[in-house]
Design a protein around this ligand. Structure first.
Ligand code: ADP
Ligand code: 5GP
Length: 209
């Protein structure tokens, strides 16, 4: 069954610790018609994460078999762990005219851009690098070494984010959720092309943060 509208694929990317899971979770609770693409991963679940809701947690052997079988729309390796988007699941929802939201890293965003030029790519960041560090350490889910790696990775992700359509700054949570809702349901938001050089501003408070 379709609702007559074309389906649309939305990719939300953000440096780890930006609040992407929190923001996406709030919007999904508010808009049940929006469906979330539950990725497959080989990393272990964090406390509170539920298999089949947050991720499909699988072994590396199963993941490799899925790659061979062509079961992924795209997949990537981050911090030594595998992550992938289930192809049949997403394609079915798009065919049914649904809006599908996927939480991917920027490599995933780039892959989606090449596969589906009509997909909408949204890049989210906290207001500054100092705030990113505070949120990551406040979450207490990474070792100190992993935290530094995630901060390093954030730099590369921000540099690569120019291919995205929209920029969403996660300062106040409620406003960010509203902003994401507007982009997805009204096609309105801050265009990356008009955001200017925000990267240097983002890293400016690194020392003072
Ligand atoms: P991600 O999914 O991007 O890695 P999370 O959703 O786990 O990030 O958020 C990282 C931490 O930042 C969490 O502790 C979360 O509660 C907090 N957080 C999220 N959004 C905000 C916000 N707008 N202001 C302050 N803290 C936030
Ligand atoms: P985390 O371990 O913090 O949940 O996720 C680490 C990174 O992997 C995040 O940037 C997240 O967006 C990304 N990610 C999660 N699932 C997928 C996926 O299926 N494909 C890609 N390319 N990235 C993913």
């Amino acid at each position: 069954m379709t609702n007559g509208e074309p389906g649309r694929f939305f990719v939300l990317s953000a440096p780890s610790g930006s609040g992407k899971t929190t923001v996406a979770g709030r919007l999904l609770a508010r808009r049940p018609e929006l469906v979330y693409s539950v990725s497959f991963t080989t990393r272990p679940p964090r406390p509170g994460e539920v298999d089949g809701r947050d991720y499909n947690f699988v072994t590396e052997a199963r993941f490799r078999n899925m790659i061979k079988a062509g079961d992924f729309l795209e997949w990537t390796e981050v911090f030594g762990r595998f992550y992938g988007t289930g192809r049949p699941w997403v394609e079915e929802r798009l065919k049914a005219g649904r809006r599908v939201l996927a939480d991917l890293d920027v490599r995933g965003g780039k892959a989606v851009r090449a596969l589906m030029p009509e997909a909408v790519l949204i890049f989210m960041t906290p207001p500054s690098a100092g705030e990113l560090r505070r949120r990551l350490s406040g979450r207490r889910t990474e070792s100190a070494q992993e935290l530094e790696r995630r901060l390093e990775n954030a730099k590369a992700e921000i540099e690569a984010s120019h291919i995205y359509d929209f920029l969403l700054i996660n300062d106040r949570l409620e406003e960010t959720v509203n902003g994401l809702e507007e982009i997805i349901f009204q096609g309105r938001g801050r265009r990356m092309a008009e955001a200017g050089a925000w990267g240097p501003v983002f890293f400016h408070d690194q020392e003072s943060g």
